[in-house]
Design a protein around this ligand. Sequence first.
Ligand code: NDP
Length: 288
Amino acid sequence: MSAELLDGKTLAGQLREELAVRASELAARVGAAPRLAIIRFDAEGPSAVYVRSVTRAAERVGVEPVVVTMQADAAQVAVAEQIEGLNRDPSVAGIVIAEPLPVGLSKTEVAVSIDPAKDVDGSGPMNAGWLARGEPRLVPATALSVMTILRRHDIQIAGRLAVVVGRSPVIGRPAAQLLIGADATVVVCHSRTRDLGVETRRAEILVVAAGRPGLIGPDMVSPGCVVVDCGINTTAAGVVGDVSFEAVRAIAAAITPVPGGVGPVTSMMVVSQTIDAAERLAALETPS
Ligand code: NDP
């Protein structure tokens, strides 16, 4: 039997409709659409796909994207000044940075500059700290996408064994923390894990974010497992995930495709958290 397809494209469409309602209600209340600033350091380079997908997601929901293109060799201080201006601008609810950053710039320092209340990709240490405490506020969008896919497909999380492959601050680590928050028992694997297959075969939920095409084959998944593949790898055969899709699909209970799984939902999560941030901002400004 073939696994249920966890179709991110269809889910992104549903989320778009729901978010559009929230965005228009908010705009009617405060008199303007929420704005999302996207800072990038190249006009046409590798950041283009990310900028395009977030911009389109925002526009279709009724959040106004503001793309700020900085010099490809911008200095740390110039980036901090740009971000400070956006932090102070009450019309801007969210700020995200499109990678790659200029050579020599510290990702952490850039993330630190963003007002935690506007850090809608949960990239800064303040939001990472809240998440680590089990009190998530704004969280990394891909990790939130994983949870949204599981929840919206009514997949039971509480009490189940979730194995996460990858421990980056962008996906693996926050996904593990969100799964703990949802009462899963969580195992986190990485490049030093002694026997990856031993761990992944125990998984009832398997989240893979390693950036290694074909890392998870059918011999590494047990029947009935729910597989969420975050990998995006460009190969001669096109864009593939970290999981051997067709072979694993024959064993798993449910699986996300790549493309069309985690990716489309991730852009919606950035927009969703921008609306969250704008609603909080509006509540602060409205005297009760
Ligand atoms: P990183 O390279 O930052 O992290 C990869 C993680 O995988 C590391 O923790 C690494 O371990 C671990 N890893 C690598 N090789 C192995 C292995 N053979 N066995 C076990 N663990 C391994 O990548 P990101 O987290 O930024 O991204 C992961 C993937 O997700 C990429 O394909 C990326 O393109 C994609 N991505 C998808 C998004 C989406 O919306 N779907 C958004 C952003 C990224 P260690 O820590 O020991 O090095």
